[in-house]
Write a protein that binds this ligand. Sequence first.
Ligand code: NAD
Length: 328
Amino acid sequence: MRILVTGGAGFIGGHLAESFLADGHDVTVLDSLEPFYAEGIKRHTLDIHRDAAGERDARYRFVEGDVRDPETVRSLVADADVVFHQAAQAGVRASVDHPRKVTDINVDGTVNLLEASKEADVRRVVLASSSSVYGKPESLPYAEDHPTEPVSPYGVTKLAQEHLARVYAELHGLPTVCLRYFTVYGPRMRPNMAISNFVSRCLNGEPPVIYGDGRQTRDFTYVADVVDANRTLLNSGAADGEVLNVGSSDNVSIRELAETVRDRLAPELDITYESAQEADAEHTHASVEKAGALIGYEPSRTILEGVEEFIEWYRANREWYEPLVRSS
Ligand code: NAD
């Protein structure tokens, strides 16, 4: 199949592109290489598809371009059977500082993609949504029918994206699926997230820093599980028109996470606490029953198992990854 991955130089999109390529598909990546964090991490992701002589796999194409440019999007979607839309300005805090940019990319970019997909008659558009659409949960864990009341501009853009996908499905018969990812981590993860930060600081003898009292809880999802959920949708229409939670169905407090990493890597360090950051959700915890029933989704690891795996990956890749984490 011919697959378009927007944001495919990024963390999750990079893993998707790698997996589709390994399955024998033709993959086109559209990415603007936004300087949200060290570009070297994205360059590394793009280089995975090169052989020893520096040549890219013939079934892999990278296009540096912007989802806000309708012509670029139209020309790439025209050659695609299925589209996986990962391009976005991610990050809750960035959206508080730059709400207009986040809205432009996440909402206008999505409209470009849906318009082009409608015209090209693609088989399916799978969109990366977020647990941020829920805002303050009334009870835990929560399913997809829990009220959505985002507490950040980022969450609002992700909810707008979901509604646009639904409307294109209803008005134009375009098959769309939205996957609500819950804090994703794993190899090449974004450096500005708690897990990579804690590991990096502890390995360098610096205390891990928690914003707030650490009692906030998160459902952390291993990136391989996110890839599996997306891969299922390549050939299955079972979730067309639906929104699905993609989480680990487990959650830990940030304090427990920091203590686990600290105890494993630098037990002598004390944890440091700083004031809470605005617009962060207090708790996230996914019910994944719907994804289980519709696409057979099942999280493969507990959070603590996944963190252990990430630490091993970090150590093996420390030479190139750590300077980029620390400069982001
Ligand atoms: P990322 O920042 O690593 O990847 C996003 C990619 O999109 C980047 O490579 C960036 O350069 C690209 N991009 C940004 N603006 C663009 C534009 N205008 N045109 C083309 N490309 C552009 O983030 P990620 O963690 O891989 O997130 C992927 C998707 O998953 C995003 O849609 C994000 O909102 C969503 N998501 C991520 C998480 C998480 O925990 N990582 C959680 C929930 C949802």
